[in-house]
Structures are given as C-alpha cells and as structure tokens.
Design a protein around this ligand. Structure first.
Ligand code: GLN
Length: 483
C-alpha cells in the first residue's frame, strides 16, 4: 500500500508539482472514470482549483501542513458551505448548507482541496450504497459488485485513485465495510474523537466521521487533522494523537480473539484473518482467547437504537426548512405527508416506521429500553475483554462484496452482514479495516482491528505492522492518478 498523502505532500513541497497541476490531474481522471464508477455525485472543481491556488500560496510561503494541496472528497452527508449536500436523497435535492462541518473546516484550515461529494446510501442507511437516489456506485475491483456502504462512493474514489483520501461516516460500519469491499483502509475513531458538527445525523449515539485512505499512515495523518474537541458538538472529546512514529513493532502486543466473531464464518474469510493473526504472532505478539458472549445481540440492539434515533433525527425534513417540497396540497399536513412520502426512499421510510414503533408508548419497554440495557451489557463485555488484551482482531465483514442488486431481494442477509462492525459503534470504540487478502473470486477481504475507548493510536500502530509486512498489498486500479 502506498502512502499517497506523504508522497504527494513531498512532491508538492519539493516543487516537483503544484497543487493546481495535481488537482487538474485528479479532475481529468474523474471526468474519464466517474461515468463507469459513479463514485462522485457532485463535483466541486471550481472550488477545488481555488483551494489549490491557496494551497500553492501556503507552500510558497513555507506554511504547508501535511494535507496542504492534497485533493480529497467528502461523503454527501458532510455539510459544505454553499455546496450541495444531499445525503443522496430526493428530500434534500438542491440543499446547500450555510456552514461547513467541523471536520471539513479543519481540513480547509490545512489547505486541503475538495474535489466533490461522494455517493452513499440514502441518509447512510445501508450496506451497499444502492439506496442512493443517484444510483449505486460500482466497485472498481469488479464493476458487477457493490462498493459496500454506506460510504461506498468514498471507498470507490480512493480505490480507483480518483481522490487521495475521503471522509466517510460510520454509524454501524459504513467506513470500514466499504473499505473492506474495495480493498482500501477505513478507520472509525472512538465515538466523539471527531466532531459530528455538520454531519447530517442518522443515529446520533453511534455516528462517527472517519477517513478512507490508501494506507494506514495516510489514515493517521487525516485522523490527526480532524480529531479534537469542538464547542459545536457536546459529545466531542480530546483523544491522544496518533503515534508519532509508526514503526511496526508488535512484540509483546496482546491480541484478543473472541470466538464469537468467527462462529459460522465463511472459511475463506476466517483463513485470511487467521493468516494475518499468525503473522503478528510470528513477530512476537501474544494471542489471547477472550469471549464476548452477547456479541450477536449487538446486531438487533444496533438496528433498534439506530432506527429509533433516525426516526427522531429525520423528523426535521418537512418540506418547509430544507430541500424538496411536494406540489399540489391543500393543507400544511398534506404538504408534509406528500413531501415525506415522495422525498424519502423505501429503506429510509421503513427505518423511520420501525424507529417510531420501537419508541411508541406501547412498545418502548419491550424494544428500545431493552436494547439500551443490552447495549450496556455488551459494553461491559468488551471492557472485560480489554482487561486481558490490547486489541481485538476480527473480520470486518462475514462476506466479500455482494453482486449489484443482491440487497434488493435479500434485506435480512444484508442486515446480518453488519454483524462484525456494529458492535464497535454500539460500544463507541475505535476500529480499523485493512485489506488482508482476497477470496477465490479476487474480491478483497478486510481484517478488523478493534481497540478500547481512546486506544485509537494503538489501533493505527498495530495496523501499520500488516502494511509494513505487505499483508495488505492489492493490485493498483488502472485509470486513476498515478502516484
Ligand atoms: N449498514 C448499517 C446500516 O444500514 C450501517 C450504516 C452506517 O454505518 N451508516 O445501518
């Protein structure tokens, strides 16, 4: 895996290349490739070129920072002042926020260059990015397969070298799982480590912005740029910075293996993960068996809590304040009903109804309250596991990329495929997905490394070993910017 960010940054600072030239190179490959991949739903090339000029000025003045002049992309649910932010939903058609999300603001302060907004499942609800109103993005490694979701566009853009890096959001796996499906790196920080201000809410107690990158070192650089407490987000918190030196030393590292992650797992996936674990063991890491007995409960707990929070968060889309408004109505009530019926897609409507149901007075105790109790229990089990080990190793997903169209007829199987990623959000933990091989069809498999709360640095540090050892190397996709 290439450290695209530091390589480009060096070239920019040595004046081998200007940011305007680099940005033009990305624009040209996006113009050629995006038709087939559908990673970008809105490009912001004018903004990008202006930002690139500013970056060149910073470099000339000797004020460059690690991300100065590097072209990137944001998921379409991250607010950008004056630029379309639609959550890939009809209901936010034409919506341009009046402010920037804090994570984007921090990147702008470094002189980053925004190429555009990337495709996603509508309101980040899904695991394939197929519920996007703009149609599904395609997996650059196999165009008949999905990218994963919901940050599928960002993962595809990075995989095809149509961006140096992307920011996605991860409520139940949406940074890690598409990264796994596309064979790139996806990092979900500790809950609150990156401000959620300006991230359009799905499940507020679960949502987290995270980077999708070509390498672990790139993920560490982006994470350091966007993390930190923010007065605009009460749930934000200060986390330790990434390790200043990623040296790949894993001697003495205690790796926990919870058998529950591996029960009934596809043998191709478990053997790829086990192979990676053995490499760590050979380098001196200690393998420790642990147990998270209620791991499987995390899936229903997640879907109850996520839908409950979504039903409340999405109440604001009423045709009055944002985006789309239905026509031909005779009362305000009718306008709201028509707007929401026409503006939201089927998956979003299903989740709003489910969420409303589990929060209703007759069912609150049976579903929502029970889910909250179980959530605490699962958190306790993870905490106990982390008393015995430093990190947990697991698969990112129990399967590789689905065929396009699969999720339409197989909703339950698709929900079930989130089994390994959602526990991390339920507990607010940091986790990374890095490639660890391919299946027989050549589709990438993801290794997930999970840390305790605030162990973000440890997660990145350990992941770097796999990268250094070449466990993660996948072929480069042709047609993107050559680094
Ligand atoms: N697949 C999960 C869902 O549909 C996770 C989505 C996400 O992380 N945004 O809810």
């Amino acid at each position: 895996m290439k450290d695209v960010i530091s390589t480009l940054s060096k070239k920019l600072q040595n004046k081998e290349l200007s940011s305007v030239e680099l940005t033009k190179a990305y624009i040209s490959v996006i113009e050629k490739q995006n038709g087939a991949i559908n990673a970008y739903v809105n490009t912001t090339f004018d903004t990008a070129l202006k930002q690139a000029e500013y970056a060149d000025k910073l470099i000339k003045e000797g004020n460059a920072m690690p991300l100065t002049g590097i072209p990137m992309t944001l998921k379409d649910n991250i607010a950008t002042d004056g630029l379309l932010t639609t959550c890939c939903s009809k209901i936010l058609r034409g919506f341009k926020p009046y402010y920037d999300a804090t994570a984007y603001k921090k990147l702008k302060e470094q002189g980053a260059v925004l190429l555009g907004k990337t495709n996603m499942d509508e309101f980040a609800m899904g695991s394939t990015s197929e519920t996007s109103v703009y149609g599904a993005p395609k997996n650059p490694r196999n165009l008949s397969r999905v990218t994963g979701g919901s940050s599928g566009g960002g993962a595809a853009a990075v995989c095809a070298n149509l961006a140096a890096y992307a920011l996605g959001s991860d409520t139940g796996g949406s940074v890690r799982q598409p990264a796994a499906f596309c064979g790139v790196v996806g990092f979900k920080p500790t809950y609150g480590a990156v401000s959620r201000y300006g991230l359009i809410a799905y499940g507020s107690s679960l949502d987290q912005i995270g980077p999708i990158t070509h390498s672990v070192s790139d993920a560490a650089v982006v994470y350091d740029a966007i993390r930190g407490i923010d007065k605009m987000d009460m749930t934000s918190c200060e986390t330790p910075s990434s390790p200043t030196k990623l040296d790949g030393q894993v001697k003495g590292l205690k790796i926990g293996i919870a058998k529950e992650f591996f029960e009934g797992l596809n043998p191709e996936i478990s053997s790829a993960v086990n192979c990676a674990v053995s490499a760590y063991q050979k380098a001196g890491a200690e393998i420790i068996e642990v147990s998270i007995p209620d791991l499987k409960t995390a899936l229903p707990v997640y879907y109850i809590i996520a839908c409950a929070e979504a039903s409340s968060n999405l109440g604001r889309y009423d045709g009055i304040r944002y985006g789309y408004r239905a026509e031909n109505y005779s009362s305000v009530d009718e306008m709201i009903i028509k707007t929401r019926t026409e503006g939201f897609g089927k998956e979003v409507q299903k989740r709003i109804m489910l969420g409303t149901y589990v929060l209703s007075s007759g069912y609150f105790d049976a579903y929502y309250k029970k889910a909250c109790i179980l959530r605490e229990r699962i958190k306790g089990e993870f905490k106990k596991a982390f008393e015995k080990c430093d990190l947990l190793f697991a698969p990112t997903a129990p399967n590789t990329a689905f065929k396009l169209g699969f999720s339409g007829g197989n909703a339950i199987e698709t929900y079930l495929s989130d089994v390994s990623t959602v526990p991390v959000n339920v507990c607010g933990l940091p986790a990374i997905s890095i490639p660890c091989g391919t299946d027989k069809k050549g589709l990438p498999i993801g290794l997930q490394i999970i840390g305790g709360k605030f162990a973000d640095g440890k997660v990145l540090f350990a992941a770097y070993f796999a990268e250094k050892e070449g466990l993660c190397t996948l072929p480069e996709i042709e047609g993107g910017v050559k680094i």
